[in-house]
Write a protein that binds this ligand. Structure first.
Ligand SMILES: Nc1ncnc2c1ncn2[C@@H]1O[C@H](COP(=O)(O)OP(=O)(O)OP(=O)(O)O)[C@@H](O)[C@H]1O
Length: 602
């Protein structure tokens, strides 16, 4: 046999081969994708996360799909190069065996050309694959974050039946690994399939009959390769299956451990005041222990899985040479043929084994798919929760507003209210009577409320909650929040800081420190008032927004608010009688849904 190619015409033959296989593979992939994304669960999950990006009708147009086609072309080129290299190697070893120095030199020259093309192809494939992965990740990140933030799903998700765990981890880690894993698995699978077909043909040509138990098996080499790998794959599939669940658990357990650490960091002062290190340490180790238990389960399962894979791969190294040796010694094959048989057997084995070896990667891939689509489902569920009927209007009109607890107990029954320009309502009631929850309902954050609320929407309304919120970034970011920091200039920031009695901060506008930690609760509340002065909403909801201030400061800030924003409708929640003078109506929550409105300045 020996080298069976006509190298002078092989270049054009190979280009035609690549073109033909490219078209056939592209059509095959499209058909497989269409079927898999309809009939399998993971295929449908993949469809949700990938098709909107790769569809030419998507925002990126044809570019993503064209990049995938280019990568496919490069993958097929790499298989063809491997085939050519196997023939080149066959020719070179045969030349060695026949002591033909001229042929040997010619095959070295062919090798130099093939190796150069191979290097370019590998680098280009890497670059194009990364280009696809990075652009896809950017799109997916925007898509998932947009979905999570949209219609406040990130908050309302807390009230769904199956609240989703660790959305932060899903967004940061899973969004990163999904495009990467998809590309690696898809390129691997396509390369393996094309390679399988190409090298099966070579193996077929090099195979001879083999007597087994008295029967002569024609083309035995090819059959042995297939039977060997298929049996090995079925066993490996069974051994490796539990890894899917274990890898899913691994992500969740690690995320929950990390969350416990973040809580200690965020609440370090409270923990330190209480000297709560022991309790926190116990909590941390109770979340860490399952991580380690699960790691051991993964290790033990991997030992079995990899042990089996390695044994199978090692045996495959020697099998083809062993089977072809009798025909070589009988002079039916050249040394190059034996060598090419080993290469072809190895390629068929590797290609078939790809699906077996990629099993654990596919297992964690499915876990990533579950987590990402789980987050999208939870967002959709959060959006579908009931809410009050909210519409744009001047002042504040509340009609038939009923606020309940999740267990259906009533906090406020059928509330009707009308506040017009400049009105101010003080909401009072015992602790736990539902004051904050009433405000949540008016902000459309509480799903257990029915009724209608008309008020200014978006920039027209501002809520200051009981726990002040200071975002990450500089002071201007905190002052302008939720508007962008460049909405205000330094002069305005300095003036407002002085007005709310924070003159000591005027020189620190550009400092990016953790303001939520550095500022006292009272200072953070004053920052909240500064935000109202900057944003100038038409309705402001203040939930115990002065609870950390002394009465003098409270008086100064409310006076400032009324002077600066006389037309703004105010709704305050508070316990102190000193607030009465700044409000013209009081809504008292009396418990069990009962309420009463009284005038404060008849
Ligand atoms: N997410 C929730 N799930 C279930 N119950 C909740 C939830 N949030 C609040 N509650 C309950 O709703 C009731 C009203 O709480 P809310 O915070 O509105 O009271 P409040 O009048 O503002 O109290 P305070 O004066 O102490 O701030 C409380 O019994 C509280 O436990």
């Amino acid at each position: 046999m020996g080298d069976g190619l006509n190298w002078s015409t092989e270049w054009s033959t190979s280009i035609m081969w690549i073109a033909g296989v490219f078209v056939a593979t592209a059509i095959g992939c499209a058909v497989i994708a269409a079927v898999v994304t309809r009939i399998t669960v993971w295929g449908r999950q993949f469809r949700r996360l990938a098709f909107p990006y790769f569809s030419p009708r998507g925002e990126a147009g044809w570019r993503p799909l064209l990049s995938v086609l280019l990568l496919l072309l490069l993958t097929i080129t790499s298989v063809r190069l491997n085939v050519l290299l196997s023939y080149q190697s066959n020719g070179m070893y045969t030349a060695l065996q026949q002591l033909d120095a001229g042929a040997f030199a010619r095959f070295l020259g062919i090798f130099a050309i093939l190796a150069t093309i191979y290097v370019v192809q590998v680098l280009l494939s890497y670059f194009i694959q990364q280009l696809i992965v990075i652009r896809w990740r950017v799109w997916l990140n925007d898509h998932i974050i947009g979905d999570w933030l949209g219609d406040r799903a990130y908050h309302r998700g807390r009230f769904t039946r199956s609240a989703v765990d660790n959305p932060d981890q899903r967004i940061q880690e899973d969004v990163a690994s999904f495009p990467d894993d998809s590309a690696t698995l898809a390129v691997g699978a396509v390369g393996a399939l094309v390679s399988l077909v190409s090298f099966t043909i070579i193996l077929w040509q090099l195979s001879g009959p083999l007597p087994i138990f008295g029967t002569e098996i024609p083309r035995a080499m090819t059959f042995i390769a297939y039977v060997y790998v298929i049996i090995a794959s079925v066993i490996a599939f069974r051994v490796g299956r539990p890894l899917i669940r274990l890898s899913f658990l691994n992500e969740g357990l690690n995320a929950s451990f990390r969350y416990a650490l973040v809580r200690v960091r965020d609440n370090s002062e409270n923990v330190a005041f209480h000297r709560g290190e022991e309790v926190e340490g116990n909590t941390l180790s109770s979340r860490f222990r399952p991580v380690i238990d699960n790691m051991w389960a993964i290790v033990l399962r991997t030992v079995k899985f990899q042990g089996f894979n390695l044994a199978i791969s090692q045996a495959a190294e020697v099998a083809p040479v062993l089977i072809q040796a009798p025909r070589y010694f009988a002079g039916q094959l050249t040394l190059g043929d034996v060598q090419q048989t080993a290469t072809a057997f190895g390629q068929v084995h590797d290609s078939l084994s790809f699906f077996r070896n990629a099993y654990d990667q596919f297992a964690s891939y499915r876990a990533v798919l579950d987590r990402l689509t789980g987050l999208l489902d939870a967002d959709a569920e959060a959006r579908a929760l009931p809410s009050v009927w909210l519409e744009e209007g001047e002042g504040l009109e509340v009609h038939d507003l009923t606020v309940r607890l999740p267990d259906d107990r009533s906090l406020v029954d059928s509330l009707d209210l009308t506040l017009t320009t400049g009105d101010a309502l003080l909401v009072t009631g015992a602790s736990g009577s539902g004051k904050t929850t009433l405000l949540r309902s008016m902000a459309d954050l509480w799903p257990y409320a029915t009724g209608a609320v008309r008020r200014p929407l978006d920039d027209g309304a501002l809520f200051l909650s009981q726990q002040p919120y200071v975002p990450l970034g500089g002071l201007c970011t905190a002052l302008a929040y939720p508007q962008p920091a460049d909405r205000i200039d330094d002069e305005q920031a300095i003036r407002v800081l002085r007005q709310v009695q924070l003159p000591h901060l005027v020189d620190r506008l550009d400092d990016e420190v953790d303001w939520a930690r550095e500022l006292s609760p009272g200072e953070q509340q004053r920052l909240g008032f500064a935000r109202i002065l900057i944003m100038r909403p038409r309705v402001a909801f203040l939930d115990e927004a002065t609870s950390a201030l002394d009465e003098g400061l409270e008086h100064t800030l409310y006076t400032l608010l009324r002077d600066e924003l006389p037309d703004c409708v105010l709704v305050s929640v508070g316990h102190r009688n000193t607030l009465d003078q700044f409000h013209n109506e009081r809504l008292e929550l009396l418990g069990d849904g009962r309420w009463q409105v009284t005038a404060l300045h008849p």
